[in-house]
Design a protein around this ligand. Structure first.
Ligand SMILES: [Zn+2]
Length: 258
């Protein structure tokens, strides 16, 4: 598992992202692919998911999941599965998970541990500022923006993310980088900028240094593998303070998204 630095989030918050190691899938999906409908063997994916659920102590129904559409809609876990790209979480909520292979998983948690958000953000989510929208949702609950902490998990970095003018044109120059193929988007920086503009202090934001495309040993990359690759899950859970409780971990609904 990739985890953010110790102490970034309050003790009742668990955020992490699976690596590609330790599962039973083979070929381009080796080995811990958690994505159904990406061409991998269904039985292998379900066994991989079971490994992750067991490791985290999540009950058999699994975490709340979304039909991700590269939008900016943020929902409560009880609304899932639905078309959205973010969860708003409180301590009584079940585990939540988003899936990614280059897009950034983002977690935002109040310093008190009372509220959190889990997001999936590629360039469209960054353009539509889903991270700032999530921060605003937490601020609307009475949390000061300066009391929010955020982690941007491993995602594709500018070294490997050349974009066309139709994408580059949606971003300020500060988050674009020169690239041999033209211009590249600095996705984690674009997300971090939205968070600082929402009022988070710069030192309250951790961006993982790992580029998913550079690090084939640990990560799937949709761009690097030309679409034939697996999916990671990034998971967030807020425990009730002092009373870890996974009883509601299966409240995600009936039809699970892929
Ligand atoms: Zn790279």
């Amino acid at each position: 598992m990739w985890r953010p630095p110790e102490g970034l989030f309050p003790a009742n918050a668990w955020f992490g992202m699976t690596l590609r190691r330790g599962g039973g899938s083979s070929g381009p999906y080796a080995s811990l692919n958690l994505g159904l409908e990406v061409g991998d063997d269904r039985g292998s994916v379900l066994r991989n998911r079971a490994l992750v659920l067991t490791a985290l102590g999540i009950d058999g129904a699994g975490p709340a999941r979304l039909h991700q559409v590269h939008g900016s809609r943020i929902v409560k876990p009880f609304e899932a599965p639905c078309r959205a790209d973010g969860f708003f979480l409180e301590p009584e909520d079940p585990w939540a998970a988003v899936s990614a292979a280059d897009c950034a998983p983002v977690a935002i948690v109040a310093r008190t541990g009372a509220f959190g958000a889990l997001l999936h953000s590629g360039w469209r989510g960054a353009r539509d500022r889903i991270a700032a929208l999530a921060a605003r949702l937490l601020v609307e609950r009475g949390v000061e923006a300066t009391d929010l902490r955020a982690a941007i998990g491993p995602c594709i970095h500018a070294c490997c993310y050349p974009v066309g003018p139709e994408v580059a044109g949606d971003f300020p120059r500060e988050v674009l980088r020169p690239h041999p193929a033209g211009v590249a988007l600095d996705l984690p920086l674009a997300i971090a900028r939205a968070l600082t503009e929402a009022g988070l202090p710069g030192d309250a934001i951790h961006a993982a240094p790992e580029c998913t495309s550079c690090r084939a040993d640990d990560f799937y990359s949709h761009r690097r593998d030309r679409g034939v690759t697996g999916r990671h899950w990034a998971l967030l859970r807020l425990e009730r303070s002092g009373a870890p409780d996974a009883r509601r971990a299966g409240d995600g609904g009936s039809s699970a998204p892929p």
